[in-house]
Design a protein. Structure first.
Ligand code: FMN
Length: 180
């Protein structure tokens, strides 16, 4: 079947979902789920997230020049959806979702304690691409809870949330390796 073009991206997935935590210039924290995300460069370490222009997350990144990518697992699905609600600017979705804000190691944006990994980023560049603004971040530190990493990311154990569309997610079920 042919997929209508505005929905084309639905078959380019499922996509890793992150909670992007930020802070505004008055110190108010914010978190939003984002699944338009991609690694860009290993060295220097660069990541890209795509944000609609109206997102508070985008305004905060422009104000304070950093953000944290927090990786949520299956058990946080309801909190992720709470963070996707349109709260007014200045209201912390982290608090609304009853998640725990902890200090990041290298940036002013907070980490979310309940997530399984954290990638702290310094704003590097932005570029308009259609209906989204691409934000490129330089990664300052990436950390994961020990039990979820052994040679590679144990994503099945982590029950990582992968976004399909809307309220639909997948969870990685199997890790496979080629015979050679
Ligand atoms: C799983 C999921 C993934 C999302 N991915 C994106 C995304 O990649 N880019 C985006 O701009 N919005 C995305 N959204 C919508 C925002 O999270 C949502 O509009 C949120 O309220 C924005 O919050 P903010 O205005 O505080 O930044 C996604 C929502 C969900 C539930």
């Amino acid at each position: 079947m042919e997929i209508k073009l505005p929905q084309w991206y639905r078959i380019l997935g499922p996509r890793v979902t992150v909670l992007v935590s930020t802070v505004d210039k008055n110190g108010n924290s914010n978190a939003a789920p984002v699944s338009f995300i991609s690694p860009l460069s290993a060295e220097p370490p660069l990541v890209m997230i795509a944000l609609r222009p109206e997102r508070h997350t985008l305004a905060n990144i422009r104000e304070t020049k950093d953000f944290v990518l927090n990786l949520p697992q299956e058990e946080l699905i309801n909190q992720v959806m709470i963070c996707s609600k349109p709260f007014p600017q200045g209201v912390s979705e982290i608090k609304e979702a009853k998640l725990t804000e902890i200090k990041a190691k290298t940036v002013s944006s907070p980490r979310i304690a309940e997530c399984l990994a954290w990638i702290e980023c310094k704003f590097s560049a932005e570029h308009l691409a259609g209906d989204h603004q691409l934000i490129i971040g330089e990664i300052l530190i990436a950390e994961i809870k020990d039990e979820f990493y052994k040679e590679f990311f144990l994503c099945t154990k982590a029950k990582l949330l992968l976004h399909l569309t809307g309220k639909d997610f997948a969870i990685p079920g199997k890790i496979v390796h080629p015979s050679e």
